[in-house]
Design a protein around this ligand. Structure first.
Ligand SMILES: [Zn+2]
Length: 752
């Protein structure tokens, strides 16, 4: 019904506009500046004292700080988590705050959550597994929302608050003044979900041996970001793609769990003697000196013995972390534990893994080593990893928090695994540990801009993986994004889109920005300029909240490259690259005036017959055939007379005077401007590469011409022979069109 109505309206609209546009003059209509190289003034916020035009934080830049002191208890029998949370909110802004907004992420799982309501439903498949049939049709909706017991200020009186789905507003009695702090406390509990059967970034996995492994995050009410870009960043959490925006702060957390659990969390353990055995402490000391191989803190034998029993006692683990934007933990009696040291520019950092025996043998072989490699590689490209440790925990997902992340990679029951699983596991660990840099430290707003952490992280991940294994198939190279960018345009969004409405999230937020940055580094800027600028951005915004403009501006500011055309095309549109050779004309030298020379002379009111022997003419070869009487440069007396007046060196050049002239017309059916990378093959088999910057398209974005002068005949031109620019259609990339060698080269590469 709706569609019909719109069709009808548009028909009327078109017909009236036809009448309205009855031409009154033949003069073309005017237009606004649509040049691909126009600057981004219209897209970026005006710079100010908090965010400068250079892309750096300004002298008035401030950010809020939120400190948490928490007492957390896990009831393993009921899988419930209870929390007593004391929050100190520092208002470092210049604004008076009338209220504070708090994120209640677990409410996405509340019984009245709107998340299931906005999910489209249909019978996609006429059959269902028994398990999912039960889940979809017979189970009551799981109640995993927060139960808020009280919200009090620090003298114990109740505070007024309002909950709107996953957001809670604390209504302050009087506005919080600039520079003031506000202390309050929240008491809460919730039912932990099974993240394997119910999904989610946090939860438990139940094993047939009766034990659970808990990987717990977004488990406590957390303050929203307040800044001069969004005000309060209180967009709802739908549980889907768009992740989190969080303030930095200091955490002091006590976690009470069954006494036989092993645990890792964000921050430094404060009471090892209360929770670890003497032997485990000794092994940790050994690990701190082991830079080559991981040392077991808990062996598989010990873990297997532990999972056969169940302690009824409790133990409290105490962690402290400064300058982190979040807190997460993992706990279970099933865990094996290993650790090694990593040298980050002379400072020793711990790489640690926690995994159940089900992860072996893969996990003890690779996890901690991949953590170590990631910290080293990312530190080279950004800044020295500032925290004391990075932990990789085995869970069937991939999710990141400060100093700790949860990663998949489970071998078959008999311990065998495919190369593909191993690659996936190395990839996910590199990726999630890498998130320590983006967004845990370079703290962008994930709810708004997924690419700022996922894209930048996937890009550095690609370089780190290639370092771990040069043959690693990253899937993030420019050629890998071709199927997406060359696909149905109606179903894809620009990178600069909010994640909750993006259709193809993976390519949009991960691969496309990563491939774009790879292209920027390898092809457009070169590693030297790129790396300096990328490090500049990372260090400027370390422990701060950057926006896209801060990234775009920093990359240009530190490199003296105008990249507005690149950001505008790659990030703000769904245009694609397609550059081709439209036409190649060959010319030869002759002393007879050609028809086109006569035509051109006429325009200058000249008759070429009046100037016998004065000019050298270029004649176009017909079908590539150069006639027998074509001259070489040394045949022209006029040229030689002129050269007589030159120095011996200049005269010697005559020998190199070109015999062959090729006028190449490049076409650009694609909307993106890109450098033209050209491979030229000569008759003697030699090959030459030329690269023309994207600015070659400044005056005409559809077609440009170049003339190649050479002594040796050219046998082929190939555009983008190494598939560096994500060209979506390579069928127009070679001349001659039917050149078998040029084409087979492409086919091989596209397949790879
Ligand atoms: Zn990620």
């Amino acid at each position: 019904m709706r569609i019909l109505k719109y069709c009808f309206l548009s028909v009327i609209f078109i017909s009236t506009s036809l009448f309205a546009q009855e031409p009154t003059s033949t003069k073309p209509q005017g237009h606004t500046d649509q040049n691909k190289f126009r600057q981004m003034k219209d897209l970026l916020a005006t710079p100010n004292e908090t965010r400068t035009a250079s892309g750096a934080p300004g002298y008035k830049y401030t950010q809020q700080q939120v400190d948490y002191v928490m007492d957390i208890r896990l009831d393993e029998n009921t899988s419930q988590i209870f929390g007593d949370e004391k929050i100190t909110y520092h208002n470092n802004s210049k604004d008076h705050l009338q209220y504070l907004w708090i994120q209640l992420d677990q409410n996405m799982r509340a019984k009245d959550s709107k998340t299931p309501d906005v999910k489209e439903e249909s019978f996609k498949t006429p059959f269902n597994s028994a398990q999912s049939f039960t889940k979809n049709n017979l189970q009551e909706r799981f109640d995993g929302g927060f139960n808020i017991e009280h919200v009090k200020n620090d003298n114990g009186s109740d505070l007024s608050y309002t909950i709107n789905q996953t957001m809670m507003r604390i209504n302050l009695a009087k506005p919080l003044a600039p520079g003031d702090t506000f202390k309050f406390q929240i008491k809460w509990w919730y039912n932990v979900n099974n993240h394997v059967t119910q999904g989610g970034r946090s939860g438990y996995e139940a094993f047939p041996d009766g034990n659970n492994t808990y990987v717990i995050a977004q488990f406590f009410p957390r303050l929203c970001v307040y800044n001069n870009v969004e005000g309060w960043q209180n967009m709802q959490f739908w549980g889907g793609r768009s992740e989190f925006a969080l303030e930095f702060g200091n955490y002091d957390v006590k976690l009470t769990v069954p006494a036989d659990h092993k645990m890792e969390a964000t921050g430094e353990l404060q009471n090892p003697k209360d929770v670890l055995t003497k032997e485990q402490i000794k092994r940790f000391e050994l690990a701190k000196k082991s830079f080559k191989d991981p040392v077991f803190i808990v062996t598989q034998e010990e873990a297997e013995a532990a999972e056969k029993q169940r302690s009824t006692k409790l133990k409290t683990w105490h962690f402290k972390a400064d300058k982190v934007r979040d807190f997460a933990f993992a706990t279970s009696r099933k865990f094996l534990w290993d650790a090694m040291a990593v040298d980050i520019n002379g400072r020793s950092v711990m790489a640690i893994s926690l995994y159940s025996k089900e992860g072996n043998p893969l996990w003890e072989e690779h996890s901690t080593r991949v953590v170590a490699n990631t910290l080293e590689e990312y530190s080279k490209l950004t800044f020295d990893y500032p925290y004391s440790k990075a932990v990789s925990v085995h869970a069937e997902m991939g999710m990141e928090y400060p100093m700790i992340c949860f990663n998949y990679g489970r071998p078959n029951e008999d311990g065998t695994y495919s190369e593909r699983l191993k690659r996936g596991m190395i990839g996910v660990i590199t990726h999630e540990v890498g998130h320590n840099f983006f967004p845990m430290i370079v703290n962008s707003d994930e709810r708004q801009w997924t690419w700022m952490d996922e894209g930048l992280n996937s890009f550095v991940e690609t370089l780190a993986e290639l370092d771990y294994d040069p043959n690693y198939i990253t899937g993030n190279l420019p050629k890998d994004i071709v199927p997406y960018m060359g696909g149905d345009q109606s179903n894809i969004s620009p990178i600069m889109s909010q994640g909750d409405y993006v259709h193809q999230f993976g390519p949009n937020a991960y691969t496309k920005p990563a491939a774009g940055l790879y292209m920027l580094r390898q092809t457009i800027m070169g590693p030297e300029l790129f790396d300096y600028a990328f490090r500049t951005y990372s260090q400027r915004w370390m422990f701060k909240h950057p926006t896209p403009a801060d990234f775009f501006r920093s990359m240009e500011d530190a490199s003296a490259m105008d990249l507005d055309w690149f950001w505008r095309g790659w990030f703000y549109t769904t245009d694609y690259t397609d550059i081709g050779v439209k036409d190649v004309k060959q010319y030869y030298l002759t002393d007879k005036p050609t028809e086109s020379a006569k035509e051109r002379a006429k325009r200058f009111k000249m008759d070429l017959a009046d100037y016998p022997g004065r000019f050298i003419y270029y004649a176009e070869a017909v079908d590539g055939v150069i006639p027998q009487d074509a001259k070489s440069a040394s045949d022209f007396a006029e040229l030689n007379t002129y050269l007589e007046s030159l120095s011996p060196e200049e005269k010697a050049k005559l020998k190199e005077a070109p015999k062959h002239f090729y006028e190449v017309t490049f076409e650009k059916p694609g909307g993106l401007v890109m450098p033209i990378i050209l491979e030229i093959t000569y008759e003697d088999g030699t090959v030459e590469r030329k690269k023309y910057p994207a600015e070659i398209w400044r005056y005409n974005e559809f077609e440009v011409k170049k003339v190649f002068k050479t002594n040796k005949a050219i046998t082929s031109f190939v555009i983008d022979p190494d598939l560096e620019t994500a060209d979506v259609d390579t069928s127009n990339n070679a001349w001659p069109k039917d050149d078998a060698t040029a084409f087979s080269k492409f086919k091989e590469k596209v397949k790879g």
